[in-house]
Design a protein around this ligand. Structure first.
Ligand code: FAD
Length: 418
């Protein structure tokens, strides 16, 4: 491969693609390297929720206690495969330290600002593509089986309202008025009005196909194996199809990012958080809204004429093995909230899995490294990669071009755990 681009992006998930979009929109030439097909890892069959409401990071007070309780249940939505692994133990230590009120107060406004800015940027993609990816702005309805859970989450809703979110706590008749298309069994719900949903596979395809081919070269089935450096700069990456030189490099390899950073002597604390989804197309009742079934931690998203059920956070390393038991657990949880949805018999052979790139504090890694001057991190978006992708792409473009970034970068520094 020849013709050096200004920027080499490693990883063609939603983050790498959005970075390519904003860089090329500024006239920067890009080579994007993807070891599979673009979007084919974590970015195409996830729940497709665009959630400015999700300002509470994964690392939050009470999560450790809840996680330990869940770990005792074989069908729980959270699981850590027991193993002696230094990187996992170090990550868990940093995660437990981040589960504090102080850290949450620090992270919430950061996520709030980024998520809102990102949500607004989806409109540009939607208008330009005649909404080819089904962006639908009807909000997100969190459903609670128990009064206790509803009360506890109402406090989170108040915190979200304090940060400018539009939030409504709803009881039975109000729930039915908002979503008349399906019978619900719940103590109540919280409607996050400004959330949205989309078809993530179609979004990835839209961004991919609309990239300016004169400026962006996409190399699929091209795996990056290593780096060539001169002093504290990368000069080229070594790939399965030869060497590719560039001036700037973007690390957007999702859950695999630490494997690559290690080759540069950089430790990036990250764990792969495995999740599953199943898409079902023959349901009789068709909800209009996307939901999160709160206690079960299951997302239900209308995608075209189908419904996608997604959930589980499993820390079991960089493996994409599908556990039928956990997929079944996601489907079995549904009728408790929607008694008329018979998901028991849904076809689990079509189950999908994705590895979320999870940082210990729930904030992504976006920014430069001091030791490798021309490398920019764009990874670690955990459960928010779709929601944050447009804004991350814009930020990467600003960082690469040495422009003033749209937000303060220090909370997102990839070196904040050193
Ligand atoms: C069940 C589930 C539901 C989810 N629901 C939502 C949701 O509703 N809303 C939301 O905002 N987020 C959601 N997410 C999270 C979201 O899917 C991720 O945060 C996002 O897809 C991460 O994107 P990425 O580009 O960082 O990583 P990826 O999509 O994993 O892309 C990284 C790419 O890098 C490539 N790569 C890795 N190593 C190399 C190498 N050496 N050389 C070349 N290429 C390489 C990989 O093949 C991969 O394609 C969900 C995730 C899961 C699992």
């Amino acid at each position: 491969m020849s013709e050096q681009s200004d920027v080499v992006i490693i990883g063609g998930g939603v983050i790498g693609l959005c970075a390519a979009h904003y860089l090329s929109a500024s006239g920067v030439t890009v080579t994007l390297l993807e070891s599979r097909k673009v979007g084919a890892a974590c970015s195409d069959k996830n729940a497709g929720l665009v959630v400015p409401s999700h300002i509470i990071p994964l690392a939050a007070p009470g999560v450790i206690k809840k996680g330990l309780q869940w770990m005792l249940r074989p069908d729980s939505p959270f699981y850590i495969r027991p193993r002696f692994n230094l990187e996992l133990l170090t990550w868990l230590w940093k995660f437990s330290r981040a589960c504090s009120h102080d850290q949450m107060r620090h992270s919430m406004p950061v996520l709030n600002e980024m998520l809102h800015a990102s949500s607004a940027l989806f409109d540009g993609f939607s208008t330009a593509s005649d909404n080819a990816f089904g962006l639908t702005r009807r909000g997100l309805l969190m459903l609670y089986k128990t009064e206790k859970a509803l009360q506890a989450e109402t406090r989170d809703a108040d915190a979200a309202r304090d940060l400018g979110q539009e939030v409504n706590v709803l009881r039975n008749s109000e729930l039915e008025a908002l979503e008349p298309n399906i019978r619900m069994s719940a103590a109540g719900g919280i409607h996050y009005v400004r959330d949205a949903h989309l078809d993530p596979e179609a979004f990835v395809r839209t961004v991919h196909t609309r990239l300016d081919k004169k400026l962006v070269r996409i190399e699929e089935r091209t795996e990056v194996h290593g780096f060539e450096s001169q002093g504290n700069h990368i000069s080229a990456v070594q790939t399965s199809h030869g060497r590719i030189a560039g001036k700037e490099f973007v690390l957007a390899a999702g859950a695999w990012s630490p494997v690559l950073s290690k080759a540069l002597g950089i430790k990036l604390p990250m764990q792969a958080g495995k999740g599953y989804s199943v898409t079902v197309s023959n349901l009789v009742e068709k909800p209009r809204l996307p939901f999160i079934l709160a206690e079960a931690k299951v997302a239900v998203t209308p995608i075209g004429e189908s419904f996608r059920f997604a959930g589980t956070m499993e820390l079991s390393g960089l493996n994409e093995h599908i556990s039928r038991r956990r997929v079944q657990a996601i489907l079995k949880a549904v009728p408790a909230y929607f008694p008329s949805l018979d998901t028991h018999k849904a076809e689990t052979r079509q189950a999908w899995t994705g590895l979320r790139p999870c940082t210990p504090d729930g904030l992504p890694y976006i920014g430069r490294f001091t030791r490798v001057k021309n490398l920019v991190a764009a990874t670690g978006h955990a459960m928010l990669g779709i929601s944050l992708a447009p804004f991350t792409g814009k930020l990467v473009s600003e960082i690469v071009q040495h422009k003033k970034p749209s937000v303060k970068l220090s909370p997102l520094s990839p070196e904040r755990f050193e």
